[in-house]
Structure formats: C-alpha cells, structure tokens
Design a protein around this ligand. Structure first.
Ligand SMILES: [Zn+2]
Length: 164
C-alpha cells in the first residue's frame, strides 16, 4: 500500500462534485473523516433557513448526541461524497466523529458513495422531490435520496430536517 492520498475531488456524472478513489482502496479501509463544525440542530436549521434550504442540508450529518456536523463549515472533501442506492462506502460514527469506510474493495478511479438516509420532515412537494432526486444509476436505484416519511424521529444519517 502506498501513502498516496486515497481520494480526489472531481466533477461527478452523478451530481456536482464527487469524490473518487485516487488509488485502489481495500475493504474496511478508513478513507476519510467527515469533518466540520459540530452544532446543535437548532443552529443547523437556522443556517438552512438563511441559505438555500433544503439544498445545503446535504452537508449536515447528524450525530447520536443530537448535534450535527456541518460539513459546509470548516469541513473537508468528505462533504462532496455523493449518495448512492448501492454505495461502496459507509459512514460510521465513533465517539462523536464520523469516518467513511470502504464497504468493499474499490478500484482507482471509482466514485465513492454512501447511502444517506435523508430524513426531511417537511412536505415532500414535487420541488423537494426534485431537489433530492437520486441519479446514482444503480440497478436498484430508488430514484430519491429521501427516506420514506416515518413517525420515528431519531434516525442516524447525514440529513435530518424538522419543522417543529
Ligand atoms: Zn439511486
């Protein structure tokens, strides 16, 4: 294994910028930490309302302690990792920090992805659905990054919105 950086940010065919393997990555390898400022949900929602809600919500990663990591605030390249319905990475929280691990061996040049369980408690209007449309191209693509609406409030994931 070389010490070469495992990832590189490039324009993605899926959406905007994406993160790609810059070398072969082995299964279970920690590719990158998802960094950003840790803020309470109340602050995250204020930030979202001030900006282009709901788009910037995709930079929010909710933590088990109820706070959010805002990848748009002092974050790193991990915030550009796109959603896929058949991802090759997964995000795991360890003591309040989020790390992105390879789910299987990844070849140099492949786009990295993980599955966001996007929770959006507001109305799933056509505009919202378009905003969160999935274009991952996987055979089992659900066509959306939005999780079906549920009553359950606490769900781990990079995205959570509330209209309380
Ligand atoms: Zn998809």
């Amino acid at each position: 294994m070389s010490d070469q950086l495992a990832y590189v940010v490039r324009i993605s065919p899926v959406h905007g910028r994406g993160v790609f393997a810059n070398r072969d990555i082995a299964v279970s390898e920690c590719v990158i930490e998802y960094t950003g400022r840790e803020i309470p949900w109340s602050v995250a929602l204020e930030r979202a309302a001030e900006q282009d809600m709901p788009h910037n919500h995709t930079f929010f990663f909710s933590l088990a302690n109820g706070n959010v990591i805002d990848g748009g605030d002092q974050g790193n390249e991990a915030r550009y990792i796109n959603h896929s319905c058949e991802p090759n990475c997964q995000a795991i929280e360890d003591e309040g920090r989020i790390y992105i691990y390879a789910l299987h061996d990844i070849k140099c040049g492949e786009e990295l992805s993980y599955s966001y369980p996007l929770i959006y408690d507001g109305r799933h209007t056509p505009a919202i659905k378009r905003s969160f449309a999935c274009r991952c191209g996987a055979p089992g693509c659900t066509g959306t990054m939005l999780a079906p609406k549920k009553r359950r409030r606490k769900q781990k994931g990079p995205e959570q919105a509330s209209h309380d």
